[in-house]
Design a protein around this ligand. Sequence first.
Ligand SMILES: C[S@@+](CC[C@H](N)C(=O)[O-])C[C@H]1O[C@@H](n2cnc3c(N)ncnc32)[C@H](O)[C@@H]1O
Length: 392
Amino acid sequence: MSHWPISPASEIGPRGGGLWTRWLERLERYFSDPARYDRVRSFALTRWMARRRTQQLMGVMTGFVQSQVLLLCVRMKLFELLAREPMDLGALARLLSYQEGPLRCVLESAVSLKLLRRDPSGLYTLGELAHPVLGHAGIRAMVEHNQLLYRDLADPEAFLRAGGKGHMAAYWPYAQEEGAQPAMQPEAQGQSAAYSELMDASQNFVIAEVLDSFAFDRHRCVLDIGCGKGRFASELAKRWPDLQLHVLDLPHVMSLTRQRLCEAGLAGRTSFHGRSFLGEPLPRGADLCTLIRVAHDHPDHVVQALFQQIYQALPAGGRLLLAEPMALAAQGAAQGAREADPYFHFYMLAMGQGRLRSVGELSAMLQKSGFSAVETVPTAMPIHAQILLASK
Ligand SMILES: C[S@@+](CC[C@H](N)C(=O)[O-])C[C@H]1O[C@@H](n2cnc3c(N)ncnc32)[C@H](O)[C@@H]1O
């Protein structure tokens, strides 16, 4: 498996992208002038440009409605119903107790979004985007969970003025705490079980990226920091049976981790650490530390301190593997992928004090902590997670 060294040129600035992009930008500006709109759209050689711009802008304007159509499909269990048997509008309206008019609005919107298909006889079946939603409970859980964010964003200006504190912040108690040992009040215990369940359900995609992209055989013992319920650790242990494991998370989460790993018969290979990753030094003994979807939850000074703690805990030649969503637009990612960035920027803001960082920003922080070499490990689906590998 090949890893790529990081060069500053891998980050595209706002005016980057070469001559072609700059020429295109200038042309877009020229043709965007409302006074020229009629001529641009009626002339065959410029129509494509007006069309492309209009479609993109329409996508940006209507994204919220599209997400609500998906939510309705999930809440109505439309995919489960139609996977069993195709149905027409009347049958669905009777079964779900909705009036036909409003239900048609959902169904036809879902058809246009490729969530459903309607055949010429009027029967609805699954569309191509329904299959992954039906197949992955984690996607359905996230569709439902995102409503907290969308509620917070209903008045985006008020949300910004309040510093991003709202429903999502209440869901993630640790993301509000700055101290070395986040104070877990009794109500936060219930919250930690709720968020751990959600993380567990949504972790599949990230686990697949990490396990398929990186060979762990060079390592003897792995410390997974912010391990959640231990899903990654248990999959890692199955794939690499000679690895020893340390798992670390906050005390209330660690009781769930212990239960999972004991049930999986991994207690003998695992050391459990129910504590904060800040404050006292991290446990010694691992030659690889993993941080899976952890750094982006925390502010820069916490992440910097964590990287330093990890550096100190590793032996010479030890490595840190960091996997999480990273800013895609900063790397010049194509349309279709880069649209994930606004979601993560706002999710992290709504959650508390973390942020979506770019490969370049994280690499600079890793190097500042003492790591000598930082490389990217290519993943099949960067939208789920990108991987940085830092060596001591
Ligand atoms: C977003 S979850 C990711 C969990 C898991 N790695 C995954 O990908 O599903 C972040 C985890 O970091 C843990 N965490 C947050 N702050 C922590 C701290 N100060 N010390 C230890 N763990 C912490 C949380 O309890 C949570 O389990």
